[in-house]
Write a protein that binds this ligand. Structure first.
Ligand code: SF4
Ligand code: SF4
Length: 324
């Protein structure tokens, strides 16, 4: 997305007045980046802000990440241009919305420019605990049921990208945010090489190679999606099915990280956890676990991860059937 160059026209009084195009050229570019804690929203915004600044733009960035460590919403506004007055993007004024999580993307859609806004969203779904409130294991999740196809119909330009899976296939799930940076880079005028230099400043040194691969993958995926819309259909089928597909829960407990604080045991709504004889947490009643993820979000030592295993398998199967 490029801005027109500045120009002027002669007014009746003989003075030069800016044309609409010139006024447009002075407008900042507004990029909104959203997700949940731990996904790397802030890193995306820092890489973009740093790159824009290196090109001589005035940049303003504002972010909220209060409950990030507990799976809360994180968002960052990045505005850059010849002159930027306010750090926050008004509703309906975002040129690009980059979402690292599906429901967060939908939540922020009203901020996108209705006629020209570009929506780039990972189909990754992080189901919040309140989506399991009916307390029946395997019950349908109370989570957004809109499909990427439905969202695409509401937005000028939209891409639902399975960035997390792509990053996993590269060997580092955490590089999903960089896959999205690759996609974002195709909507701005900065050269790919400059993006890569900016990225290298913000990722851990030992992960630079995998992150550069992720960046190039995101870039090539979106370029292909522009010419071949079929590329975007598989994630659409998966996402459509998720809220309806039965799932089973698997808890991944890292015993060495558990410090026996008992928080998860006391706060599990189903009372299905306990400390064993070594005072390490274990799942005592797996049949009662709803997969609400409260234990994962509350554990101060990140000793528990909750996986909704069979949902993923069933959804992948559903996607295959849809394609067939
Ligand atoms: S064990 Fe964890 S995921 Fe399962 S019900 Fe309890 S808090 Fe929720
Ligand atoms: S909250 Fe974490 S550290 Fe505390 S008992 Fe549970 S798993 Fe162990």
């Amino acid at each position: 997305m490029s801005r027109p160059t500045a120009s002027t026209s002669s007014a009746k009084d003989g003075q030069l007045r800016p044309t609409a195009a010139a006024a447009k050229a002075r407008e900042p570019m507004n990029v909104l980046i959203v997700g949940v804690g731990g996904q790397g929203v802030i890193m995306v915004s820092k890489a973009l802000a740093s790159l824009a600044q290196s090109k001589g733009y005035q940049v303003k960035q504002s972010e909220v990440h209060g409950m990030a460590k507990r799976g809360g919403t994180v968002f960052s506004h990045v505005r850059f241009g010849p002159q930027v007055w306010s750090p926050t993007i008004p509703k309906g004024e975002a040129d690009i919305l980059v979402a690292l999580e599906w429901a967060e993307g939908l939540r922020w859609l009203p901020f996108l420019k209705p006629d020209t806004g570009i929506f780039i969203c990972d189909t990754k779904r992080i189901v919040p605990p309140f989506a399991c409130l009916n307390r029946r294991p395997g019950a349908p999740l109370r989570y957004s049921r809109e499909t990427p196809a439905e969202v695409r119909a509401q937005v000028a330009e939209a891409y639902a990208i399975d960035a997390t899976r792509m990053a996993e296939e590269l060997g580092n799930e955490r590089a999903a945010n960089v896959v999205l940076i690759g996609a974002l880079s195709t909507a701005l005028d900065f050269p790919a090489g400059d993006w890569e230099k900016s990225l290298a400043q913000f990722v851990p040194k030992k992960t630079i190679a995998v992150n550069l691969d992720a960046f190039r993958l995101g870039r090539s995926w979106i370029e292909e999606a522009r010419t071949n819309p079929v590329v975007t259909e598989a994630p659409a089928a998966k996402a459509a099915a998720l809220a309806h597909v039965p799932y089973s829960v698997r808890l991944e407990i890292t015993p060495e990280w558990c410090k026996s604080c008992d928080i998860c045991v006391k706060l599990c709504p189903e009372r299905c956890l306990r400390l064993n004889a070594e005072r390490i947490v274990e799942l005592a009643q797996p049949e009662k676990c709803t997969g609400c993820r409260l234990c994962e979000l509350l554990c101060p030592d990140f000793a528990i991860r909750v996986h909704l295993d069979s949902a993923v398998v069933a959804i992948a199967a559903a996607a295959q059937e849809t394609k067939a």
